[in-house]
Design a protein around this ligand. Structure first.
Ligand SMILES: *[C@@H]1O[C@H](CO)[C@@H](O)[C@H](O)[C@H]1NC(C)=O
Ligand SMILES: *[C@@H]1O[C@H](CO)[C@@H](O)[C@H](O)[C@H]1NC(C)=O
Ligand SMILES: *[C@@H]1O[C@H](CO)[C@@H](O)[C@H](O)[C@H]1NC(C)=O
Ligand SMILES: *[C@@H]1O[C@H](CO)[C@@H](O)[C@H](O)[C@H]1NC(C)=O
Ligand SMILES: *[C@@H]1O[C@H](CO)[C@@H](O)[C@H](O)[C@H]1NC(C)=O
Ligand SMILES: *[C@@H]1O[C@H](CO)[C@@H](O)[C@H](O)[C@H]1NC(C)=O
Length: 373
């Protein structure tokens, strides 16, 4: 907590920068705060695994990727094809479904939504237990085909970076029993927080399916919305428990909160989240996997910043002069001609309309983003 407060104060002075950049910034300044510099971490396994696959990587600029006319196999595409991940999303607010499908969900090999029956309280309930979140999650998990290496379970307001997730799990044996996420302790049971999203391996899924066959998602489940805890409890009877998923500098990768909350010192919600954590939690690893968003438009914004924005820092393919110089006044005529427009009698209004069509004003940009064009 001390580290986090200190950084919040620092950041307030530095100023308010939104978005994930904050997390990157925090992790950059972290080493100054005398963190444990190195401890064994699951994240250390990726590079040796990569080398063992006989793979080489080459850095390419966006300029080359986009304008050179060549095609390249990116590391993320390679991993997408090699490591199949099913994403199960527990939905309480339906408006997030489309946003998830259009944004981070495209990186899942399979995406499924489980509609939960909304209730306001977390208190014991006499309602039909087959409507509880745990029952629905358990049923859906046990009906999932076993063709996936990993299953990621998230709440609907969580943004996931599947690319980073695949770095984490690529070197792990998915037939072994893994249960990865933000580990918490409650009533003596270690479980992964549903707020932060969690991941089970195919090996764990198989063990769970065997158990469910015997006791069919048995619900002495009295708490309506504690499906994350119930999963932890069910797995603990199988001797499957949570692991430390922090990176080698001890920074967390599963975040069960909105990153902007880091700007509210002493936020009650956050302090409970940290208090029950199994491992000291510091924000944020550069290989972060999940975080929450507030509102569907944030989901589109993050998706744009993290998956679509291209930065052209160098290269010349996209910035080449024409072989024969084009006089300035010819440029706009050529452009109009290329788009099949008559330039001899175009009015200023028509010319403006033409440009709106071509480059997207903010409104049409946002609607294009949301319809996936
Ligand atoms: C999965 O969850 C849905 C709720 O969205 C439920 O109606 C359905 O029965 C579940 N599927 C299975 C196979 O249990
Ligand atoms: C609970 O709901 C399920 C289907 O939603 C139904 O089959 C079952 O009979 C209900 N149980 C009780 C005790 O009402
Ligand atoms: C998952 O485990 C099952 C049961 O052990 C196995 O049949 C299946 O091939 C595994 N799936 C993958 C993708 O490894
Ligand atoms: C992966 O884990 C399974 C189950 O624990 C084990 O049988 C298998 O030998 C492991 N595979 C490798 C390559 O380590
Ligand atoms: C879990 O571990 C305990 C102690 O090591 C053992 O007695 C028990 O049989 C194990 N249970 C399962 C399901 O493997
Ligand atoms: C463009 O408009 C002018 C004047 O209206 C007309 O004379 C000319 O034929 C048009 N050119 C084309 C290619 O349509």
């Amino acid at each position: 907590m001390f580290h986090i407060r200190l950084k919040v104060a620092l950041l307030f002075i530095v100023g308010f920068v939104i978005g994930f950049l904050i997390a990157l910034f925090l992790s950059v300044i972290q080493p100054k705060n005398k963190l444990p510099t190195h401890h064994a971490s699951l994240h250390d396994l990726y590079e040796p695994w990569f080398v063992k696959q006989n793979l080489r990587r080459y850095r390419k600029t966006f300029d080359t990727l986009r304008y050179s006319g060549q095609t390249f196999l990116t590391e993320s595409t390679y991993l997408y094809n090699k490591i199949e991940i099913a994403c199960l999303v527990l939905v309480r607010r339906i408006k997030y479904v489309k946003a998830a499908q259009m944004t981070w969900g495209t990186q899942c090999n399979h995406l499924e939504f489980i509609n939960l029956k909304p209730t306001k309280n977390k208190l014991p309930s006499k309602k039909n237990i087959t409507n509880s979140a745990w029952y629905l999650l358990c049923k859906n998990l046990s009906n999932l085909p076993d063709t996936f290496h990993w299953v990621l379970v998230l709440n609907e307001n969580t943004f996931a970076l599947l690319e980073n997730l695949r770095y984490l799990v690529a070197p792990l044996n998915s037939s072994a029993q893994y249960y990865l996420g933000h580990s918490m302790v409650f009533w003596g049971i270690r479980y992964n927080s549903g707020q932060a999203g969690y991941l089970i391996s195919n090996g764990t899924l198989s063990a769970l399916k065997r158990k469910v066959k015997e006791d069919s998602c048995s619900s002495d489940s009295v708490f309506w919305n504690l499906e994350d805890y119930y999963l932890g409890r069910a797995l603990s009877t199988l001797n499957i428990t949570t692991s430390d998923t922090r990176d080698k500098r001890g920074l967390a990768v599963f975040h069960g909160f909105n990153l902007q909350k880091l700007f509210s010192p002493g936020s009650i919600e956050l302090s409970n989240y940290f208090k029950h954590s199994t491992y000291p939690t510091l924000c944020c690893s550069t290989r972060s996997v999940t975080f929450q968003v507030q509102g569907t438009s944030s989901m589109y914004t993050y998706s744009y910043l993290l998956n679509q924005l291209q930065i052209f820092a160098s290269g010349s393919y996209g910035n080449r002069m024409a072989t024969t110089p084009v006089p300035e006044y010819e440029v706009w005529k050529t452009l109009l001609r290329e788009h099949g427009r008559n330039y001899t009698n175009i009015s200023p209004e028509e010319y403006y309309e033409f440009w709106v069509d071509l480059v997207s004003d903010p409104n049409s940009f946002s609607s294009k983003l949301k319809s996936g064009n």
